[in-house]
Design a protein around this ligand. Structure first.
Ligand code: NAD
Length: 325
């Protein structure tokens, strides 16, 4: 490489590891970081992610894909680590709950160990699930949560809580530069079509003209953040000053009932589907909404993509897939 090429601002280029990089959020994160000029190492065991999600990135010399399970130690040289590896939908994380806890806990230990060895900054993709079925609404970061430690969702919720503990202990004990972001419901293209998550579920059923399943009476609310907004917040969180650790909520505070969402998707897809009601799964939270005051203040960020716009992009993505298969 010529010296002049090295001068072209490449000194800002960082080597960035994204675990779970072939998943829904991870693939969008890799794409954005790559576009910013960084060198990306995407690590994934393809449990819920796929090569297809990052196939369009493989042609770039600064993108590298590695099949790897983060429950094992990894030895690479990087400047930053985004730790996203973990199945995120109940169907997938309950498929092998022991492996889910291992991914969160052993995975965190391995990635924190790596960050310590190479002095990398590390961000944990935590979740609103750490608040459990909350009795405080909306949830600020200071709320400690109401989590069942022995239920079907515990492998995920408690695994993520333990990962947060590990991050903060590595910060206190080894002065690691950490960032913990608590992600609320996010949707967009490349969500897994059959993982039971509410937005993809409803869209796919509407496009196929199948009955649309609403759990409970549909009055439970969720707040949905479009993926582009979320990735922007995540990168801003990574770039905060070293004395900021989080935890910090990122998500869209606008609330909708599941019934509203179903009706909107039916209208936007001109679907003939009927809505059918099924019992609520155990420990399903009735309400979940982020308090994003801290994100507004520290990240100077608020989500900007309205549900209509985000749904349209997501519906278009699933339309091509549903027709193609
Ligand atoms: N999407 C959301 O709404 C949401 C909400 C809260 C938190 N999160 C968190 O964000 C992260 C990404 O979520 P997502 O929605 O993209 O889910 P996803 O399932 O699409 O992505 C997770 C990725 O991790 C990979 N993976 C799983 N176990 C692994 C292991 N042991 N080693 C290596 N790779 C492994 C999967 O193959 C997949 O590609 C997860 O940690 C999740 O808990 C997501």
């Amino acid at each position: 490489m010529l010296a002049s090429e090295l001068d072209l601002g490449l000194s800002n280029m960082k080597k960035i590891l994204v675990t779970g990089g072939a998943g829904f959020l991870g693939s969008h994160l890799c794409e954005t970081l790559l576009a910013q000029g960084h060198d990306i190492l995407c690590v994934d065991n393809f449990f819920t992610g796929s090569k297809e999600n990052v196939a369009h990135l493989l042609k770039y010399p600064s993108f590298e894909l590695m099949r790897f399970d983060i429950t094992f130690p990894l030895y690479v040289e990087v400047d930053e680590i985004y730790n996203l590896a973990c199945p995120a939908s109940p169907i997938h994380y309950q498929f092998d709950p022991v492996q889910t806890t291992k991914t969160s806990v052993h995975g965190a230990i391995n990635m924190l160990g790596l960050a310590k060895r190479v002095k990398a900054k590390i961000l944990q993709a935590s979740t609103s699930e750490v608040y459990g079925d909350p009795d405080v609404h909306p949830q600020p970061e200071s709320y400690w949560g109401r989590v069942n430690p022995v239920g079907l969702r515990s492998c995920y919720d408690e695994g993520k809580r333990c990962a947060e503990t590990l991050f903060f202990d590595y910060w206190r004990q080894h002065q690691l530069r950490i960032k913990v972001v608590r992600i609320f419901n996010t949707y967009g293209p490349r969500m897994h079509p059959n993982d039971g998550r509410v937005v993809s579920n409803i869209i796919v059923q509407a496009l196929k003209g199948e009955d649309i399943t609403v759990y409970g009476d549909g009055t439970q609310t969720r707040s949905f953040c479009y993926v582009d907004d979320l990735i922007e917040a995540m990168i801003r969180a990574m770039n905060t000053p070293d004395n900021f650790t989080g935890p910090i909520n990122i998500g869209n505070p606008k609330e909708f009932t599941i019934m509203q969402l179903a009706k909107q998707v039916i209208a936007m897809t001109a679907s003939k589907s009927n809505i059918v009601f099924r019992p609520l799964p155990s420990d399903d939270p009735k309400q979940r909404q982020p308090n994003i005051a801290l994100a507004k203040d520290i990240l100077n960020w608020t989500p900007s993509i309205e549900l209509d716009e985000g749904l349209e992009k997501t519906i278009n993505y699933f339309r091509t897939r549903t027709v193609a298969r």
